[in-house]
Design a protein around this ligand. Sequence first.
Ligand SMILES: Cc1cc2nc3c(=O)[nH]c(=O)nc-3n(C[C@H](O)[C@H](O)[C@H](O)COP(=O)(O)OP(=O)(O)OC[C@H]3O[C@@H](n4cnc5c(N)ncnc54)[C@H](O)[C@@H]3O)c2cc1C
Length: 532
Amino acid sequence: MSEVIVIGGGIAGICAALELLDAGRSVLLLERDTEDNFGGLAKESFGGIFLVGTPEQRRAGIRDTPELALADWHAFGELDPADRWPCAWAEAYVHRCHDEVGVWLRERGVGFLPAPHWVERGQFTPGNSVPRFHIVWGTGHHLALRLIERLRNHPQRARLDLRFGQRVESVLTADGAVAGCSGFAEAGGEPFEARAGAVIVAAGGFNGNIERVRQHWHEDWNSPPPVILNGSHRYADGRLHDAVDAVGGRLTHLDAMWNYAAGVRHPRPRKPGHGLSLVPPRSALWLDWRGRRIGPMPLVTGFDTRDLVAQVCAQERQYSWQLMNRRIALKELAVSGAEFNPSIRDRKKLAFLRDLLFGNRWLYDEMIGNCADFVTGRDLPELVKRMNALQGDDAVSLDEIRAAAESYDAQIDRGQTFHNDEQLRRIAYVRHWKGDRIRTCKFRKILDPDAGPLIAVREFIISRKSLGGIQTDLQSRVLDHAGQPIAGLYAAGEAAGFGGGGMHGLRALEGGFLGGCVLSGRIAGQSAATIT
Ligand SMILES: Cc1cc2nc3c(=O)[nH]c(=O)nc-3n(C[C@H](O)[C@H](O)[C@H](O)COP(=O)(O)OP(=O)(O)OC[C@H]3O[C@@H](n4cnc5c(N)ncnc54)[C@H](O)[C@@H]3O)c2cc1C
């Protein structure tokens, strides 16, 4: 019998297990997935981590402090000051992420790209005052592999029992304390029971369960759209949330989710409804289902992802189109995650620089050739015909789309001095930051005949992260409805809303997901190691 059980082999569970081994505890890690997928979503992720006061920031001339980061965090996430544990975790994160996430990872062989990205700057609410999104050189894939390697080569490795293909269903209690868990083998259905003095739930969020996403849909987002793609883990189904609920644990902020507005169908799906989240090109026009520009405030990424979702969901049909051309796509098209960023994932400097300087031709060809939601046309009539063929009706109006593109292009023709379009103003603004200048076109016309073909991308809402979850205190102990810790029960990572049951609030400054998993996972491991 092991002293501590960790449920879930994602980044949070791995960090918890590392801490437990460091403390000399014996650990049973139960993972539902196969060994190939050890590492969970982190392995698929882009690997951007929210960090404050780093060498990368200083070298780029960015002055950042935990106080500034905390003010941004509160403003963007609209946290309720009375919401004790999410606020406490937010404060702990901004103060502790430098040492306990950034330095800790560096000591374990994880490095970052030189220029942090400036994401989530805020639209109607202030966001990141400065760039803080530090991208792991090697993406989340490398991050996960390095930590798994540490686990497998740990001096206390003999104390670690790793079991894959084990689906945990319930948390067991005895004498008023948590005493283990039970479940079934994924293949064959053989039941099992495992006993331990402490259990850490690190089984991820629930956004891989689209029915559950609909059930907890936030009221700000109208009704849930008919199509919601799945951008989360196939086993992020909320099963362990229910198990914690069943033993009296408190679940909070389940309607706070971090979904994205530019989802397309995966060219080679590995789960039902498998979607990819595009980083929506800023120079593309964002159109509604008819081909009319969404407004009055045009949609531009990098300011408020939650608002993009709200705007698309407010339309009569809750999907959208982005209209661009080949030149724009080559410079700006990107897909979130390790899979579609091979030069960063495989740490190939030359390929990475080539893509930055000459455009990402590989991604362009892959998406145009294999993604069902991309259509091209030599001119607008041909493009519109193909858009309507894809949707299976005549919803897109050639007149609407032409009017949108021509009036936008006319603004560009008039010259920057006369630009009176919020999208163009934002493009000018983001280009001030070098990290964005190299990835954003300088006022590129849509209908430029030399920049074709024209491209339209049909985009659906894609589910991703659960911002809420199991409520925990600053020791990652699961709290009951009276706010008291449940003896022997801990939660970490996305299962715990990245700490406290929702440390981000309504909106996330990005990168606090992986960062929050590392910090809360480590804390859960350290706390569980103190059990007697
Ligand atoms: C494409 C993509 C890009 C991303 N990019 C970023 C980024 O750049 N920055 C960032 O901060 N975040 C990013 N994220 C989010 C981030 O990767 C996740 O929030 C984080 O990895 C969650 O880690 P976790 O350990 O809490 O959960 P998970 O990674 O979901 O791991 C949970 C594990 O528990 C297992 N499990 C589930 N149920 C059971 C059960 N019943 N019994 C046993 N085991 C179970 C699962 O199989 C899984 O392995 C991205 C996510 C995706 C998908």
